[in-house]
Design a protein. Structure first.
Lengths: 167, 145, 398
């Protein structure tokens, strides 16, 4: 799902659809994180990426009208559908990979073997992450907040509308 | 049995499948029993008549984008806060609560500074509606008369 | 620790017997197969129950609003009109499915599905009772927040794909409303995680007790404020009154709903009602003590000790009590949600955004810091235990 989605992103002609394949791909990544036991990372992936970044990209597409000249947003022309063969092919590929991941989960159910890719299974990931963040990497923690501040101010400054002077 | 097993995600997968089945199934069921008489009139969009003013449209979209950006930043901030919050209680018990408190404060206050900046600079304001002229335009118009 | 319905049920003798029998019959260890079957049945039950609650929610809403407006609600279909939602459902399925000619077919069809997937996936972690949760993922509450934001994507796509200027605007406003209010809600959840020390719902609920003074709501003043912040933010996130501008636009002008007819619209609406229930459930779990029954009846120990019942049976009784507690509290909150809708006027979009960014977010951040200070200063004790302890020690001095 991840790879198929990612390839479909690159090959899809419609930018909006590309975003949706990206969403599928991010879901796949979250699933992969979950499968190897990094549950907090999977949830973060969902919250920040699938929830936030995809919306951001969709808004950006709306802003810049970047859906290409095949689509006239203000007219009533029919939007070009995804009839491109390549898109179908890669969507199918994505479906195959999705089903493989699903099969993996189901297979672990049926065979009742704990998977061997276990990371320190008995501790809760979130707590370990928290301890690490608070002790070893506390500087990184604080710097990340400064980084976020920089991003915030940068975003605000860039997106400020240019004031037209009528004087 | 190790405490790490994928079984716990089984309900998630099942529920997502059920969602698709329920939604898809009801659509299918409907497509069998409902009428299907498309005609030109039905398929056109619901028109309200008014065309948006060109520049006002562009002005708007930036507001949405700014909100989305600010959202992402605070989202990442809260995602980073989660692990720290989860172990705060534990730290308190072993007596290191004070240091963690200071680090939480620093982290949050830096971002509060950010939001105060955005507030003061007016990035958080939302324009009312694009049919109503803004206060400056009204004043300008009334000055012209 | 992850634990699930299966973990709970595996304590019973019937479970082990079934597994043994199946293993013999099938030749391999049937534990996980039985687990799968139990999950499947559990998921079906949950989906069925919640879809019914969603449907009854529409009915309840009409009845309660009628009550508030001094009129009768639906009372024709079935006794007291209780089957109204079934009639509505049938009507929706029978309506013609019009996909506008200029709509983007793929996204048009996908949008309600995304909303449904987002909402259903959250059902996996809703803590109905300590043993009967479908699964208690370690990052439960965070996962729930993530899935709820998927609904925002669905709303936006619904607006975009209709390809009419008005529904696109409605979709964008709806999406920006959902993402804006996610911030105060998430920050408030972080502040509760501070007290509880974990992200899974079990941890959050186990930190509370059955009686009101043991709930996080009354734990300290910051949590009290936090409850209201969370409630308002979560209401706004579900596009629910008085924040239903994206929907109201479909009454007044257009909104992301407009071009959707029949069952597709029904899917959006169903997703919204179920989401309101889930949000109320989360508020109950975080602030109102979740499924905890007063006097610790929920764990069934009292039954074993006092009445001498078999341990599994006692636990089952405890589970039923816990279910009852959870549903009572959640449905009470649901009633408050409906009440609020029909009492307060709708907010304008700029008031909406101002409320979020200039009021709720600063309050939520202040709460977070205040909660951290409280935890540090008072060692995580609630207000009542402090007063109680100081009273006891004061009495002890005499």
């Amino acid at each position: 799902m991840t790879i198929g989605g990612a390839v479909a992103v690159v090959y899809s002609h419609n930018l909006m659809h590309a975003c949706l394949y990206l969403l599928a791909s991010l879901f796949g990544v979250a699933g992969l994180y979950a499968v190897i036991g990094a549950d907090f990372l999977a949830a973060t992936q969902l919250v920040v990426y699938a929830g936030g970044v995809v919306i951001l990209m969709l808004f950006a597409i709306m802003l810049t009208g970047g859906t290409g000249n095949r689509i006239n947003r203000y007219g009533l022309e029919k939007i070009a559908s995804m009839g491109n063969k390549k898109t179908y092919f890669f969507a199918g590929f994505a479906a195959i990979i999705t089903s493989l991941i699903l099969l993996k989960i189901i297979a672990s159910v049926l065979r009742a073997q704990p998977t061997n890719k276990v990371l320190a299974a008995n501790d809760v990931t979130v707590n370990k992450l928290g301890v690490l963040l608070a002790t070893d990497h506390i500087l990184a923690f604080e710097i990340s907040s400064v980084l976020l501040l920089g991003a915030l101010i940068g975003a605000a400054v860039i997106s400020r509308p240019r004031k037209e002077r009528h004087d | 049995m190790s405490s790490f097993n994928l079984d716990v995600y089984m309900p998630v997968v099942i529920l997502i499948t059920l969602a698709l089945l329920v939604a898809g199934g009801s659509m299918l069921l409907g497509s069998i029993i409902r009428p299907h008489h498309p005609n030109q009139l039905k398929e056109t969009a619901y028109e309200c008549g008014e065309e948006p003013i060109g520049t006002a449209w562009a002005n708007f979209n930036v507001r949405f984008y700014v909100i989305a950006l600010i959202f992402i930043i605070f989202d990442v901030e809260s995602a980073l806060m989660f692990p720290v919050a989860a172990v705060f209680k534990h730290f308190n018990e072993i007596g290191l609560g004070g240091t963690l408190l200071i680090s939480i404060f620093t982290f949050t206050l830096i971002l509060v500074a950010g939001i105060v900046y955005c507030w003061k600079k007016g990035d958080l304001d939302w324009v009312k509606s694009f049919n109503a002229p803004s206060t400056q335009q009204v004043n300008a118009l009334s000055k012209d008369k | 620790m992850n634990s699930t319905v299966v973990t709970y049920l595996s304590q019973s003798k019937e479970f082990t017997n079934t597994v043994a029998a199946l293993s013999k019959a099938l030749g391999f260890d049937a534990t996980s197969l039985v687990a799968f079957v139990i999950f499947f049945i559990g998921a079906l039950i949950v989906v069925g129950a919640l879809a019914t609650i969603g449907g009854l929610g529409t009915y309840a809403e009409r009845k309660i609003s009628a009550d508030l407006q001094m009129r009768q609600g639906p009372n024709r279909v079935g006794p007291y009109g209780i089957l109204q939602f079934l009639a509505d459902g049938v009507k929706m399925i029978l309506k013609e499915d019009i996909i506008p000619a200029q709509a983007d077919r793929f996204t048009f069809i996908l949008a309600p599905f995304l909303c449904m997937i987002g909402v259903f996936a959250t059902l996996a972690v809703v803590p109905f009772s300590s043993g009967l949760m479908l699964s208690d993922i370690n990052v439960g509450v965070f996962y729930l927040v993530g899935m709820a934001s998927l609904v925002g994507v669905g709303v936006f796509l619904g607006g975009y794909s209709s390809n009419s200027k008005w529904s696109m605007l409605g979709g964008m406003r709806g999406a920006s409303q959902i993402i804006s209010y996610e911030i105060p809600a998430t920050i408030t959840i972080v502040s509760i995680v501070l007290i509880a020390g974990g992200l899974s719902f079990k941890t959050l609920i186990n930190g509370q007790g059955g009686l009101p003074h043991e709930w996080y709501l009354l734990h300290n003043p910051f949590a009290f404020i936090g409850f209201f912040v969370y409630f308002i933010a979560a209401l706004a996130e579900t596009n629910r009154a008085p924040f239903d501008l994206p929907e109201a636009e479909s009454e007044l002008v257009s909104g992301y709903h407009t071009e959707y007819s029949g069952m597709r619209f029904g899917l959006f609406a169903l997703a919204e009602y179920i989401e309101v229930f889930v949000v109320c459930g989360v508020a109950v779990a975080l602030f109102l003590g979740g499924y905890k029954v007063p006097f610790d009846l929920g764990s069934g120990h009292i039954f074993t000790e006092k009445l001498g019942l078999d341990s599994m049976l006692a636990q089952n009784i405890g589970q039923v009590l816990e279910l009852g507690a959870f549903f009572t509290k959640t449905l009470l909150l649901y009633y408050v949600v409906i009440w609020v809708r029909w009492t307060l006027p709708r907010l304008r979009v700029d008031q909406l955004m101002t409320l979020c960014w200039k009021y709720l977010t600063p309050i939520a951040l202040f709460n977070l810091l205040g909660m951290a200070v409280w935890m540090y200063a008072f060692d995580g004790k609630s207000i009542y235990s402090i007063i109680f302890n100081s009273a006891v020690s004061a009495a002890g001095h005499h």
